[in-house]
Design a binder for this molecule. Sequence first.
Ligand code: HEM
Length: 421
Amino acid sequence: MSITWFGPVPRVTITEPELVREILSNKFGHFEKLTFGRLQRMLHNGLAIHEGEKWAKHRRIINPAFHLEKLKRMLPAFVECCTEVVHRWEGLAAVDVPCEVDVWPAMQNLTGDVISRAAFGSNYLEGMRIFQLQVEQVQLMMLAINRIHIPGYMFFPTKGNRRMKQIAAEIGRILKGIITKRENALKAGEATSDDLLGLLLESNMEHCRGDGTGITTDDVIGECKLFYFAGAETTSVLLTWSMIVLCMHPEWQDRAREEVMLVFGASAPDYDGLSRLKIVTMVLYEVLRLYTPVMALQRKTYKPMELGGIRYPAGVVLTLPVLFIHHDKELWGADADEFKPERFAEGISKASVDTPAFFPFGWGPRVCIGQNFALLEAKMGIAMILQRFSFELSPSYRHAPFPIGLLEPQHGAQLRLTRLP
Ligand code: HEM
């Protein structure tokens, strides 16, 4: 644990996994999530990140979208999106003649496409445009954060700030268009409420009936934006690092491919088969440990409280440095920095020494809502790629994990893909 006083707000970094779990479990309601106030203002974006009763209500409405049965029904959409990527690559690579591809943008498109279909069903093409705009928005924000030294800079009419406002307006316009179309279709009995937008709109209708159970149209928009924001880049980073790491460790690439071929042969992966992929799952967990996409979590004490024998007043910001914890030699052993998927052979709880210390999706009531979605998507993507290609690092690849929002490959992920016979 380390304590720093930064301006008027005391900040504490908590590295003990037991305390991290206690904070994230929030049993006694002492902690609140830091909503991205400043970040959201910079994004000109009303993401639906709430606290208290409002959060609980949203979670009640959205959770059904992630039930196992719903996820299973999304699989054909996952297959379609992954097929598009591998077909594009098959067009570039010949058997025995490798082609060079930066796989990162391809993975970004893939995960944006998947979220679009899951969220908007038949309206997914309009949704894809939102995803591209969100990517640009986050890039502009990161540039601005690195430049901001002047208070109020984000409100200056600079080129970047003007573009961010334009983007926010365009996203709002597209979403309103999708929502109106879908509402009309629902009224005409032509649409189902199977996708996320359908669920949100059903709830919005309840809100309009005034029984207090539903959410407003602005909330629907905020929720759709949050989906892209939380679900697309995180999963694309996981897929990208997985491919890079499998290049660095060809023996694991071979083992993972053997497993995939044994379970699926040349057929499209199905849910039951994906659940049986042990090696691929171990590889993904080890990538999430070493290249944790969300590097740190934050909470704030809501009232005076005691933690690990120390008393804290209200208003203290607690940083939980997940990436650091995932590399701690005391928790993971002397080989903590090495890629060793076998440490997950007996599951997550036995992977670390003495106490569970694996938090890529957070923990407790606010654990990532999309973790099963993300893992299913990543398994599907990796399995379909392994079925068709072998891959190695290109000589132009430079290994540079870069902590910019998420942990990203700074110079891209240039790989050489060879089609399998
Ligand atoms: C590898 C992929 C992913 C990673 C590493 C990841 C990581 C996380 C983490 C660490 C949190 C907790 C933040 C906190 O406690 O402060 C979180 C929350 C969340 N994630 Fe994910 N996520 C991933 C994929 C997804 C996907 C695919 C979706 C949606 C389709 C999603 C939607 C959300 C939402 C809505 C929350 C907020 C939950 C709440 O506040 O109750 N995530 N994610």
